[in-house]
Design a protein around this ligand. Structure first.
Ligand code: BGC
Length: 294
């Protein structure tokens, strides 16, 4: 396997601190088909820190290889042989990307303990879009998230998905929302919550997820008009009551995305909530920041 030690990167120093918060699942979790990750202690995450013993297993899922777009015109994955690509990505939402000795893009946060693309199709950033839809239930007074239960691991999640080749992100947000929940909403008016790298259990040294998350809060009247229907990728769809526990148990980085959306609501009240509803949001936010109880 190629050793990505020879990273020619200009990673800013603040990525070191960033890695502590963001590179947890990408080092400690993995889909069942992945080999065990090579151990990467916190201080050895950054590429610019020497780690001569680092020898992560190289893994590419058979599903990715079967979807090689150079062999299969309908395939969604890049070829394994990077010389068949017109160009490799040199930047992403994370900025200019570090590279290995062969010019292949490296994970902008640092080592993950796995080389190869794993279950991700693209070398470098794999782009997703996350539509965050909330309401306050008239019946219970609690803040709820339009959530899907993922078929792959049973976790509740924002109804997000992958950006198709050449697709506008605002279109992906509305398309995924519709495909996964049956709800039709124009996401262009949504509030931008986050755009960048996300800590996902599928991330590897060479392939990782980046997302664009937008938030819309619906009035109880508008939310009541929505007919929910779970799509193919979802086991179930529901208005999930948000408590510190349900937020923390969400898939991948969704807890961080929801926390950011709540903080924006509490700070700027962009959706014109009443004092009482704002207090519901602020209360949940406080409990989330206070610690794991709840
Ligand atoms: C999911 C998104 C998620 C992204 C990164 C995608 O597969 O659909 O909701 O944010 O992965 O974890």
């Amino acid at each position: 396997m190629d050793n990505p030690e020879k990273a020619d990167n200009g990673a800013p120093a603040d990525r070191r601190d960033h890695s502590r918060g963001w590179h947890i699942k990408a080092r400690n979790e993995r889909p069942p088909e992945y080999p065990a990750r090579f151990p990467v202690p916190d201080e050895l995450v950054p590429w610019e820190t020497d780690y001569p013993e680092y020898l992560p297993p190289y893994y590419v899922s058979p599903v990715v290889l079967a979807n090689d777009s150079s062999l299969n015109p309908k395939g969604w994955a890049d070829p394994e042989d990077t010389s068949l690509l017109d160009a490799l990505p040199f930047e992403s939402f994370s900025g200019r990307l570090p590279r290995d000795g062969q010019g292949r893009p490296l994970n902008p946060i640092g080592r993950t303990g796995i080389a190869g693309r794993g279950l991700l199709g693209k070398w470098g950033p794999n782009y997703a879009a996350d539509p965050i839809i909330t309401r306050i239930s008239r019946a219970t007074g609690s803040l709820e998230l339009l959530a899907v239960q993922r078929r792959d691991n049973g976790q509740w999640a924002i109804p997000g998905g992958m950006v198709d080749r050449g697709e506008e992100v605002s279109r992906t947000l509305s398309r995924e929302l519709h495909e996964e929940t049956g709800v039709l909403l124009e996401m262009e008016q949504g509030r931008l919550i986050y755009r960048g790298y996300v800590d996902d259990p599928r991330n590897t040294d060479y392939s990782w997820m980046e997302t664009t998350a937008k938030h819309l809060h619906l009035s109880p009247e508008v939310a009541a008009l929505m007919n929910l229907r779970a799509g193919d990728d979802a086991r179930a769809v529901r208005w999930l009551p948000l408590t510190p526990k349900t937020v923390r148990d969400l898939y991948a980085s969704h807890c961080a995305l929801i926390t950011e959306a709540l903080a924006g609501m509490a700070r700027l009240n962009p959706f014109g909530l009443s004092e009482e509803d704002l207090e519901t949001v602020a209360h949940l936010l406080r409990s989330l920041r206070e610690g794991p109880a709840g």
